[in-house]
Design a protein around this ligand. Sequence first.
Ligand SMILES: Cc1cc2nc3c(=O)[nH]c(=O)nc-3n(C[C@H](O)[C@H](O)[C@H](O)COP(=O)(O)OP(=O)(O)OC[C@H]3O[C@@H](n4cnc5c(N)ncnc54)[C@H](O)[C@@H]3O)c2cc1C
Ligand code: FES
Length: 293
Amino acid sequence: MSGPNRHSRGARPPAGGSDPMSASLVPIPATLVRILPEDPENRLFELQTTTPFHVGPGQFVELTVPGSGEFPVSTAGETATGFATCIRQSGRVTAAMFQLDEGMIVGLRGPFGNGFDLTRFAGRDVLLIAGGLGIAPLRGLLHALLEERERYGRIVLLYGARQPENILFREEFEELAANGTVELRFSVDFAPQLGEGDGYICSVGLVTELLQGLQLAPDATTAAVCGPPSLYGCVLEQLASTGIDPDRIFATLERRMKCGTGQCCHCVCAGVTICRDGPVFCLTELRSMPGAI
Ligand SMILES: Cc1cc2nc3c(=O)[nH]c(=O)nc-3n(C[C@H](O)[C@H](O)[C@H](O)COP(=O)(O)OP(=O)(O)OC[C@H]3O[C@@H](n4cnc5c(N)ncnc54)[C@H](O)[C@@H]3O)c2cc1C
Ligand code: FES
């Protein structure tokens, strides 16, 4: 491991302008080309810009809702004409975002952060573990892996949600499981009745319980985890205890962010500037950042 800035391959420079720092503080216009409800609380917003704008998996952007404010959001994958974000209505600005219609314009800054370094996954089995909305950045990573599927071994996706109707991108993942592209296991906290799956398992319980019986090859596996803090508390060290190298167990952190460029210190944790040096960290780094997880 060579320090928090090692994920150079995933990082992309901020869009537009000759001075990257000032350009990254000025939003550019982006059109909401498609808005898809995923469940009652979450919507997928597909964005398109007039100038090229690429966000790597694990990176994030700042979206401005005109007249309301700005908030950080991860990429949930690239689309034919831009990229998508999956947004939960959780407060004032995200509520304003949910009032917008297709064709309307938002402000866009970024891309920010290091993102996932795909070279750390190449030639290895990949284990993705998501809880709740944590599936959004991992979907972005999954899409990037599938662009060159032959570079990776097994791809296993373990995804926990509250109830079956809260499983985001369910059809998409089930299709990937049915054609053997990924191994898929869902868990839900509660379900009156569970449907049968073609090529996947859905069980009631914690997402960590899905690890049982996976028969991983720890020395050939790279893991990426994203979800609420309670998930990190139990799963990261559990993965390490199976023998996966802590340098190959990655988690993406959420902190309250403002500038996104390492200038305002809003996101600093244990002396590390999360927006610039993260939000993706390996377990070895997280162990040296008290209070990070
Ligand atoms: C790097 C990064 C990636 C993110 N990716 C996504 C994503 O893909 N989809 C998505 O829906 N949201 C994502 N978020 C969280 C999103 O930024 C917040 O939900 C949003 O800022 C809330 O703004 P608001 O004005 O609607 O809510 P507010 O009225 O400001 O707050 C509503 C509630 O959300 C909490 N909150 C606000 N900001 C954060 C934060 N950064 N982290 C944790 N809790 C917060 C507040 O404490 C409060 O309880 C991400 C945050 C970061 C830092
Ligand atoms: S959000 Fe300003 S320094 Fe990270």
